[in-house]
Design a protein. Sequence first.
Length: 203
Amino acid sequence: MKNITIKNVIFDLGAVMFEWNPQAITNKFTDDVDLQQRILSDFYYHQTWMDFDCGHITENEAVKRASESLLISEDDATRLLKQTKESLVLIPATRDVLTTVKNKNLNAYCLSNISPELFEYLSHRHDLFEQFDGIVTSGVENVSKPGKRIFEILFERFKLNPQECLFIDDSVDNTATAEELGVTTITFKGSTDCYQKISTYIN
């Protein structure tokens, strides 16, 4: 462990605070293997999803794009987005980490690539967002991780010293950017070892 003092813990949302598994969503949506692959390559891991995350297109526009690129009806594309939202299930162990962070009088922040619509869906269903001292999302800022700018927005807006921050994110690309900016990072895998490593910084 580095000889540092962590004052701020920054949480990602998808695959850290909430389940995020496009393959599982896709498998639930259809048994058609070809369509499953196209949903992944032409929707979730595609410019369409990046544009949706960054607020460049609305949910309705994302539905239209999905319908056109995947050759499915708009009703089916709407169902895909609905199932996507419903898949974002809270991970209790990470929720407990947030509670511990606040109990230790540390600051908690949210830094997530997420569309305004998906964020609204989650914030209406979970009270954990009230525990964050600040929230920065791609859907509001129109920039996303792993770019540096969204990190800089967080640091500038809430006057954070990167060297006093711990960033928890499932993406190696995202944690790599944070490290370049002087942040201590944990690439989250949901394992017991991962939670134990987090605890060494906040306990």
